[in-house]
Design a protein around this ligand. Structure first.
Ligand code: PLP
Length: 473
């Protein structure tokens, strides 16, 4: 490639890597940065500038290749390299159980217990009373039985794992009868037919998409039948001319034919949301009371705890699941267990659970309370001294998310933010690139933030993110 005189001049100005490494040795701000990060950042910056010179459109100035300018870029690159990949974000989407944003925030007590268990040894599998080996599940088993009314309980890594191990334990090489209306796919490739195949159970679908009758299950029962399964349609709803068989009816049928009945509740909740003016979601207690032999649900959806798969049910079946060697591969880790136990303890007092478990608090927050918080945030942001900024209060619907309560729209309040001269997409990108990133949504060509999912301590973070966007533009 032929270089122009100007390009050759710029390449001569470009400092050598070794020289910049020497500069970094004495410059401030690099003291605690690993040498490998500094060196690779320097290489990245110099290579980028070399490319700009060679492919450049002639806009590069001499000053941009000065030691100072290069060092500034190296510092920025180092900072990006040192920033954790997984980090906190501000959820302004209004989706409470947002799977892509980490589902549930933990209650303060759960966070503290988790930190304590992380920092020290624990009695994870040690029976302190007996002074010998104990069970990993002991920490939560009694609590789960107490809350749900079940005979026995255990936990694994997540609900997908719970369904897998239950099917494998109870129905390997046998038929599992499921309604066609319940063959759900959850985001992230969890599909009932696939999990069934992986567990070596044979799917026997009955009924139609919209209507399944008890007689459909009944006529499918054969010597190879091993289990009757009911799956909660977490993330969709079949409306209109419909018929589903209740868990109670299935339990009755299972009793006649001596077949176990399992329910995958998906989200699972211990509280009756209809008491808080929300849609009714079947509770775990109700499933247990209906006589299901095994019930599975997630720890981090409507329960508001850490990622976990909870299995409750009859002693004999839970014991069989526990003996399955797959359980070992799906076992819950001690930090999760610590957070789960603390979260479960809060459920002993429903009022406390609703006040202290962030997922429940956000779901049951009243529109009036959200409106008051929105007004506070709007006033703060409107106080930023920049005439390009326009902040309006808007009404908007929040969603439960996490594949739960799919039809529920929670009336909420938010802020519409506009910056004159900046498109909604550009503003969204800048807020998403802020530290911490602020994730909102775009509606009617404007950036909006739903205040329901914002924590009060995040207001100053949003303010400073917006302030620095206004300053740099
Ligand atoms: C969410 C869900 C699962 C998977 O639960 P995870 O905890 O995400 O593994 C399984 N079944 C149903 C019905 C669900 O809604």
């Amino acid at each position: 490639m032929d270089l122009t005189e100007r390009q050759r001049h710029l390449l001569r100005l470009l400092p050598a890597v070794d020289r910049v490494i020497d500069l970094a040795k004495t410059a401030s701000g690099f003291e605690r940065i690993p040498k490998s990060v500094v060196v690779s950042s320097i290489r990245t910056v110099i290579e980028a500038q070399r490319r700009r010179v060679c492919e450049g459109n002639g806009t590069l100035t001499d000053a941009e290749l000065s030691d100072g300018a290069i060092m500034d870029r190296v510092k920025e690159t180092v900072q990006l390299a040192m920033r954790p990949n997984l980090r906190r974000v501000v959820n302004a989407t209004g989706i409470v159980v947002h799977t892509n944003l980490g589902r549930s925030l933990l209650a303060q007590e759960a966070i503290e217990n988790m930190a304590a268990v992380a920092a020290g040894y624990s009695n994870l599998e040690y029976d302190l009373a007996q002074g010998k080996r104990g069970s990993r599940y002991a920490a939560v088993q009694d609590l789960l039985c107490e809350i749900t009314g079940a005979e026995a309980a255990m936990v694994v890594n997540n609900n997908a794992g719970a369904v897998l191990v239950c099917l494998e334990s109870l129905a390997r090489n046998r038929q599992v009868i499921v309604s066609r209306g319940e063959l759900v796919e959850i985001g992230g490739s969890f599909r009932i037919p696939d999990v069934m195949a992986k567990s070596n159970a044979v799917l026997r679908e009955v009924g139609t998409t919209n209507r399944t009758h008890l007689r459909d299950y009944e006529s499918a029962i054969a010597p190879e039948t091993g289990l009757l399964l009911k799956v909660h349609c977490s993330n969709y709803s079949i409306v209109g001319f419909t018929r589903q068989v209740s868990l109670k009816e299935l339990v009755g049928l299972g009793a006649i034919h001596n077949l176990p009945v399992m329910e995958d509740l998906g989200s699972g909740t211990f509280i009756d949301f209809s008491r808080y003016g929300l849609l009714k979601e079947p509770t775990v207690q109700a499933s247990v009371a209906s006589g299901a032999d095994v019930v599975t649900f997630s720890g981090d959806k409507l329960l508001g705890g850490p990622q976990a798969g909870i299995i409750v049910g009859k002693q004999t079946f839970i014991e069989r699941i526990r003996q399955n060697s797959i359980t070992r591969a799906l076992r819950i880790d001690k930090l999760t267990l610590a957070a789960l136990e603390s979260t479960l303890r809060l459920y002993r007092d429903e009022e406390r659970a609703v006040a202290e478990i962030p997922t429940l608090r956000m779901l049951t927050d009243t529109e009036a309370a959200i409106a008051a918080r929105a007004a506070v945030l709007a006033r703060t942001l409107a106080g930023l001294p920049d005439s390009r900024l326009a902040v309006d209060l808007v009404r908007l619907p929040s969603k439960a998310g996490g594949g739960a309560l799919p039809l529920l729209e929670l009336p909420s309040r938010g802020l519409r933010i506009r910056v004159n001269g900046l498109s909604a997409n550009a503003l969204e990108l800048r807020l998403r690139s802020a530290d911490p990133p602020v994730i909102g949504r775009i509606e009617d060509n404007a950036f909006v933030m739903d205040v329901r999912t914002l924590q009060n301590d995040e207001f100053p973070l949003i303010e400073s993110a917006l302030a620095s966007i206004l300053k740099s533009d």
